[in-house]
Design a binder for this molecule. Structure first.
Ligand code: PEP
Ligand code: MG
Length: 845
């Protein structure tokens, strides 16, 4: 592909007479005048354009870097350009362009449109090939310069007629989803390992096999027939190797499609559409049905400021940003390969490939040379190219446009970290179902539930924090919808079913009517539950369970209370760290804890100390990369190593407890995450005690999360050192079953109702009882009405959940009695599988 006009042959753009070797201009001005003279003589420009070129120098620096400069006139003087052309002045001894910048190759550009981009692109490449560049500074052969600057133009010109190269073979696309970015990037990788020129022809369209965007632009679908051809060094072996690689991908492509089809044909519980519209199947992550229009999330829709900087500085900044992003994507790909497998990791390899697109980089350089800032130029270039891809009306390419924007955003953040964040939620259309490749917990946390009615992500797992937040927000959500999700067009009407993980597209009026009726029916059930939500969770025979809410911010407390929460059983403080670009200060934290306590107005509050690691990574903490962060320095392990994080948090908490006591705000409880052993809790208690003494603050109950098998098994020992336990069933399940809580492939098996998990909960309750401690549960199982029944039967005293789960849990517990629940728990403990446990649900109702 090319942005340049393919009809411009190299010779037309740079004839030999426009190259002058061995020039000795006295200074910058005479250099520009001499180069302009060449263009005037060739009839490319009006003599007045020379003044325009000099004016440009006063406004922006045209030093491209590495001794290359690209003087050209101002945009408003384009009418002075008679025809496109460039002139090259070779200055072996160099001429000072700006203080500290010496030009050896002066490439003066006369361009009416963007025709000179091919040359700029070549210059960009040349700048990276320093040894070749340096020879051009002193060569005595005009042809060397003509060749060096013309190669791309020749490629472009010669690619125009759709003919095959010397060696070739026919191929019909066997990939069910067509040639999308993941397989295409494997092709590019293979093609690039050969010196031969390799191309694909589809009808009369030609694509360079070494260029990802070019390949994707063919828009190949299953069954399309193409000719793959090569010429040059090792052309034959290159084709044999490429054929082997492209065929080897077929099996994986088929497996992926089958997995998606299996998900799509899984039985649906609750509502199902009468006329079964086209649907994307993922994994249900937050229950509920909603009707809306699709909106694809563009992470930063805020305008990008245009702050020009000297060109050399800008080029360096861009170069660095691209390098860092490449490394970042490599780290993400490596991490994904370990967690999800090579096939998924290839998504990021494909994204990284987009960074090598010279058109993109050149366009950015050109905009910079025109006097725009780096961030602005990069953003424009990404948007223009992504716009072109989207405009081709091909779903696969539209998906790649999204990838390009995704990667573009990463680079943008590197260029200017202040451009990070911004989820564009202020500009979201009403009633939208948000589609995204993935959402970070902080993206999700910032969504406006007034506008967003549902969430669907291509990646992610149901126990990820994003899914948990979606439940907190009461938004139906599906995760792991796969790449197909990103191909859905903006504005399409859809129904999202967060229970079964389906996104139905373009539903018929009958489907919509049925969905509306179901939503109304569910609302009626909710209304009945709501009537009882302020009543205690007390069984018919008088056994009471405390009900808490999992709430992270003070302004969420009123909603939780209105849902029937009796306190906050889990405040995840890591969100204070995730939501801003730096760690919150002690004072900021103090204010938040005080506000939380005030909002609760005398009700209990359990504040969990920072739980960073695993799926909760905080970039600004600069923690070392870990191969397996879920088994790494996470939670309490990190707190014990980072007093700079722990001490301010504990000081803020004890200060709040002290000042709260004066205001008769009740005591806080402190809870530590990811405890595995008694020495950890002993060490943390000692730190609490030191800080409490320093502040002369009141004693606070100190509890621990039970989320690691070791803690559950040794609950009796840990109970000696803890005032209470709260079981984190999300992590406990992942560690007991050895299933990464984010792995979409295994999500259905990561079931907290697995009897092994339930047995550890029983052990925890028994261990706590040994020392008279109470036990809560704050993981997802607590908010599942059937799970809540089992947990109560197992002897748990408190259940803390996302606020919207409270009414259903209370209603369920109020409708039964403890003896039934104990029996239910006994049966569940002796079940063989999670499915068997789940089957007890029907019997229990
Ligand atoms: C859990 O693991 O169940 C839990 C409540 O902690 P988090 O989800 O924050 O890791
Ligand atoms: Mg946890």
């Amino acid at each position: 592909m090319s942005i340049a006009n393919p009809m411009i042959a190299a010779a037309a753009l740079l004839p030999r007479e426009l190259v002058r070797l061995g020039a000795h201009p006295a200074d910058k001005e005479s250099t520009i005048r001499e180069a302009a003279q060449l263009l005037i003589a060739a009839g490319c420009i009006d003599p007045a354009y020379a003044a325009s070129m000099l004016k440009r120098e006063a406004l922006a620096n045209t030093f491209l870097g590495h001794g290359v400069v690209i003087p050209h006139g101002l945009g408003e003087d384009r009418h002075l350009v008679k025809r496109n052309g460039i002139a090259v002045l070779q200055v072996p001894a160099g001429v000072e362009w700006n203080p500290g910048q010496t030009a050896h190759l002066v490439v003066a550009i006369a361009a009416q449109s963007d025709a000179h981009i091919a040359i700029l692109r070549r210059l960009t490449r040349l700048i990276q090939d320093n040894s070749r560049l340096v020879t051009l500074f002193v060569t005595d052969k005009v042809q060397d310069i003509v060749d060096a600057l013309s190669e791309d133009a020749i490629e472009i010109a010669s690619a125009t007629p759709a003919t095959d190269l010397a060696e070739h073979f026919d191929w019909s696309v066997p990939y069910p989803a067509g040639l999308h970015a993941r397989p295409a990037s494997r092709w590019v990788e293979t093609a690039r390992s050969f010196g031969a020129r390799i191309q694909l022809r589809f009808g009369d369209q030609i694509a360079d096999a070494k260029n990802l965007v070019s390949l994707l632009q063919l828009g190949l679908r299953f069954g399309d027939r193409v000719v793959i051809s090569a010429e040059g060094r090792n052309a034959g072996s290159a084709l044999i190797r490429l054929k082997a690689v492209i065929n080897s991908i077929t099996a994986q492509e088929k497996t992926d499609t089958e997995a998606a089809a299996r998900r799509a044909s899984a039985p649906v519980l609750g509502w199902s559409p009468p006329q079964v519209p086209a649907a994307i199947a993922g994994i249900g992550a937050s229950p509920g049905l909603a009707i809306g229009v699709v909106h694809r999330l563009s992470v930063s829709e805020a305008p990008i400021p245009d702050h020009p900087v000297p060109l050399a500085q800008g080029g360096e900044l861009l170069h660095q940003a691209l390098n860092v992003t490449r490394l970042q994507l490599k780290a993400v790909a490596d991490d994904t390969a370990r967690r999800l497998g090579a096939a998924d990791a290839a998504i990021f390899k494909a994204q990284a490939e987009l960074l090598n697109d010279t058109d993109l980089i050149t366009l950015t350089c050109q905009l910079m040379v025109e006097g725009h800032g780096v961030a602005w130029s990069w953003h424009q270039a990404v948007e223009r190219m992504a716009g072109k891809l989207s405009a081709l009306g091909n779903a696969v390419l539209a998906g790649r446009a999204a990838d390009l924007r995704d990667v573009g955003r990463r680079v943008l953040t590197q260029i200017d970290p202040s451009l990070h964040g911004g989820d564009g939620s202020s500009e979201l259309p009403a009633n939208c179902i948000l589609l995204a490749n993935d959402l970070s917990p902080s993206d999700t946390a910032m969504l406006d539930p007034q506008r967003v009615v549902g969430l669907a992500t291509a990646q992610g797992g149901p126990t990820s924090h994003t899914a948990i937040l979606a439940r907190t927000l009461g938004l139906p959500a599906l995760v792991a919808g796969g790449a197909a999700l990103l191909d859905v067009s903006e504005g399409v009407a859809a129904i999202i079913d967060g229970q079964n993980g389906r996104l139905y597209l373009n539903p018929s009026p009958a489907d919509l009517a049925s969905a509306r009726a179901y939503i109304e029916e569910q609302q009626a059930v909710r209304a009945r539950e709501a009537e009882q939500r302020s009543l205690p969770a007390q069984t018919r025979d008088g056994h009471r369970v405390d009900i808490g809410a999992n709430v992270n911010l003070p302004d969420q407390v009123p909603i939780a209370l209105s849902q029937g929460a009796e306190g906050v059983g889990l405040m995840r403080t890591e969100f204070l760290f995730l939501e801003q670009g730096s760690a919150p200060s002690e004072d900021q934290q103090y204010e938040t804890y005080m506000a939380m306590a005030r909002a609760l107005d005398g009700r209990p509050l359990i504040v969990r100390a920072l739980d960073i690691g695993g799926d909760k990574q905080v970039a600004h903490l600069d923690l070392p990369h870990e191969d397996n962060p879920f088994l790494g320095v996470r939670g309490a392990r990190l707190l014990l190593r980072r007093s700079d994080l722990l001490d301010p948090q504990l000081r803020a908490l004890y200060r709040a407890a002290k000042d709260g006591a004066k205001l008769s705000i009740p005591q806080f409880k402190i809870m530590f995450p990811m405890i595995t052993s008694a020495p950890e809790i002993i060490a943390l208690r000692a730190i609490c005690e030191r800080i409490r003494n320093e502040l002369t603050a009141p004693v606070l109950p100190i509890g621990i999360m039970i989320e690691v098998p070791a803690a559950a098994i040794q609950a009796d020992a840990l109970a000696r050192h803890s005032d209470f336990f709260s079981i984190g069933t999300n992590d406990l399940t992942q560690y007991v079953l050895a299933i990464d809580r984010q792995n979409p492939e295994l999500a259905a098996e990561a079931d907290s109702l697995h009897p092994a998990v339930l047995r550890l909960i029983r052990l925890t309750v028994e261990g706590a009882a040994y020392h008279g401690r109470w036990v809560g549960v704050c993981g997802g199982l607590a908010g599942d009405p059937f799970g809540a029944m089992l947990l109560t039967g197992l002897g748990v005293h408190e259940l803390s959940m996302t606020p919207r789960d409270i009414p259903a849990v209370k209603a369920r517990l109020r409708a039964t009695d403890l003896a039934t629940l104990k029996l239910l728990a006994t049966k569940a403990l002796s079940a063989e599988t999670a499915a068997e446990v789940r089957a007890l649900d029907g019997a229990a109702q």
